[in-house]
Design a protein around this ligand. Structure first.
Ligand code: XIL
Length: 311
């Protein structure tokens, strides 16, 4: 039957979803996931607090469960993520500054080596920028300066030379100070020969606010010689959602998909979660929800129909 993945594949892109380990025991959810999506991003299972909860002690079982589900269902995996200021265990932020680089490199090398050949891509550095385009003053920046990003990319490339290496961030979907900063960073990395294959546009949108410059913004990135991907799409609505809201959401989803299809270096679109029942939005943005293509019973919403039409 009709599916997001078959339509996407016919257009040369993928259609992905995020899954957590607990999602795998929900058979209603997995029935939709396996029939509609051909790419999986682990929601939390490959983040530092899970994979290296204490210095040198690694736990890959949760991430392995996602990889094995993906494999069993013919889906690829976007590794997410190697370096991020959030969901970072406190032992990292408590290290003496002089030990942070070695800890970061060991973490990247061990995790990327564990998943070598199992992941299509890595979000090597997640959310490096502030909204004003300056780099976050996190533990990595404090210890190494802006060079931590190139160092992370080189370290990941050495561990898994075939994985596509991404920088991923939010509020870089349209043209603004933050996406300008990401653009300038990627241009600089490319000019220095640093391994970078793509930029992930998270795309956690608010209803009716898909930036009109999204396609042009993706195009300027691909002109630098990198791919782009919509990595964490959702479109949150102030609850309770009305029928008019769901119609606007359908328009928003179609806009994002058409923008990606209109850019030759846009490799795919991933939604952050399968349906409204497993979406992170109500937990993260008080009063908001209904942000995905499937309702709380995993029935398709107008955004699903509009996505099928756009594809
Ligand atoms: C979110 C997860 O969905 C939640 O379960 C967790 O509590 C917080 O992180 N940007 C990212 C993702 O890159 O990793 C985040 O995922 C959502 C925002």
């Amino acid at each position: 039957g009709t599916s997001l993945k078959s339509l996407a594949e016919a257009k040369g892109i993928y259609f992905g979803t995020a899954l957590t380990q607990s999602n795998l025991s929900n058979s209603t959810l997995t029935a939709v996931a396996s029939s509609q999506f051909d790419m999986v991003t682990p929601g939390n299972e490959m983040k530092w607090d899970t994979t290296e909860p204490s210095n040198g002690t690694y736990n890959f079982a949760p991430g392995d469960a996602i990889v094995s589900y993906a494999k069993a269902n013919g889906m690829r995996v976007r590794g997410h993520n190697l370096v991020w200021h959030s969901q970072l265990p406190s032992w990292v932020s408590s290290l003496p500054t002089s030990q942070v680089q070695a800890a970061m490199e060991a973490h990247i090398t061990t995790e990327a080596t564990h998943y070598k050949g199992q992941v299509y891509s890595w979000d090597v550095v997640n959310e490096p920028f502030n909204d004003d385009g300056t780099l976050r003053q996190d533990v990595f920046y404090t210890a190494m300066g802006s060079g931590y990003i190139a160092d992370a990319l080189r370290t990941a490339h050495a561990a898994d030379p075939n994985a596509k290496l991404y920088l991923n961030d939010y509020n870089i979907e349209g043209e603004n100070a933050k996406s300008d900063a990401m653009y300038n960073l990627v241009a600089s990395l490319k000019s220095q020969g640093v391994p970078i294959d793509g930029v992930g546009l998270e795309s956690h949108f608010i209803l009716g606010q898909v930036p009109s410059t999204m396609k042009a913004n993706m195009q300027r990135f691909t002109a630098l010689g990198v791919n782009v991907a919509v990595t964490e799409l959702d479109d949150r609505i102030q609850l309770p959602a009305t029928a008019a809201n769901l119609t606007q959401q359908a328009t928003d989803y179609a806009t994002v998909i058409n923008d990606c299809l209109g850019v030759s270096g846009c490799v795919g679109v991933s939604q952050w979660g399968v349906g409204d029942a497993d979406s992170w939005i109500p937990g993260a943005f008080s009063g908001y929800g209904a942000a995905t293509m499937y309702d709380s019973n995993y029935q398709p919403k107008p955004a699903y129909t509009a996505s099928v039409t756009a594809l």
